[in-house]
Write a protein that binds this ligand. Structure first.
Ligand code: ATP
Ligand code: MG
Length: 251
């Protein structure tokens, strides 16, 4: 499985989902690569010190002499490796402007290492630009985190349209694996209404597991840990564990 985690809305839980899902897969013994495609580098910083990052996905995508294997770094979790991002990734769009193969760069690069891993998880930036398109072209599956908030579904049309374009032009096999509701607060009736709206639009694509608001999930990246080592008994750990189970069942 090459799983892109995407939603062009900012702050909806893409990175939190990417790091904890990748950690859950690795802790189950799966050789997992976590690719950070966001210039903000939040995924990278959730496990690594920037001082350890000399080359990043920017080099892997733009430099023919640099492969993904050359940028990958071990994480604190056995079986989990990270292909890091750096702020320089923000220049990718300008750098690849006019290159005919621009949307296919990541796919080409991943093709050479795909056999080294059981699963690859890609954290996307909050845009529908070239980086996200590269992820969608390379992915076998897509997971969309949707924040349980008043404007939850705003923008999903654009996302679905982009997915359709990628399917018709470049990656017919791309499957929507599911939609996960994040930062839910089950005590409020607004949150329950929003969940009902999301279910209306996405039906059985919505994962049964809902990720509730949790201070532990917010804190763990500051300690460079996934939720499973930082707070193994927390509700967030249980929820991401169950989400991983559902993901495995659907693949
Ligand atoms: N279940 C949760 N409970 C509480 N806080 C959360 C939860 N999930 C994510 N957060 C926090 O919300 C903020 C946004 O989450 P995250 O970085 O995962 O979103 P994102 O979609 O990757 O954002 P961006 O679009 O900027 O990349 C972060 O501070 C994160 O720690
Ligand atoms: Mg993020």
């Amino acid at each position: 499985m090459i799983l892109a985690i995407a939603n062009q809305k900012g702050g909806v839980g893409k990175t939190t989902t990417a790091i904890n899902l990748a950690a859950a897969l690795a802790l189950r013994g799966k050789r997992t690569l976590l690719v950070d495609l966001d210039p903000q580098a939040n995924t990278t910083l959730s496990f690594l010190d920037m001082a350890r990052v000399t080359r990043s996905m920017y080099d892997a995508i733009t430099d023919d002499a640099c492969g993904i294997a050359d940028v990958v770094i071990d994480s604190p979790i056995k079986k989990l490796r990270i292909a890091p991002a750096r702020i320089g990734l923000a220049k990718l769009e300008a750098k690849l402007a006019g290159e005919i193969d621009a949307p296919f760069r990541l796919k080409e690069r991943l093709d050479t290492i795909v056999g080294d891993y059981d699963h690859i998880v890609i954290d996307c930036p909050p845009t529908l630009g070239l980086l996200t398109v590269n992820a969608l072209v390379a992915a076998t599956h897509l997971l969309i985190p949707i924040q349980s908030s008043y404007f939850a579904l705003e923008g999903t049309d654009d996302l679905l349209e982009t997915i359709e374009k990628v399917r018709t032009r470049a990656n017919p096999g791309l499957r929507l694996l599911g939609v996960v509701i994040t930062m839910h607060d089950r005590r409020t009736s607004l949150a329950r209404d929003i969940r009902a709206q999301i279910l209306d639009v996405f039906g059985d694509k919505v994962f049964r597991t809902v990720i509730n608001k949790s201070v532990r999930l917010e804190e763990s990246p500051a300690y460079k840990e996934s939720i499973f080592t930082f707070a193994p008994d927390s509700s967030g750990a249980g929820e991401y564990y169950r989400l991983c189970e559902e993901v495995m069942q659907r693949v």
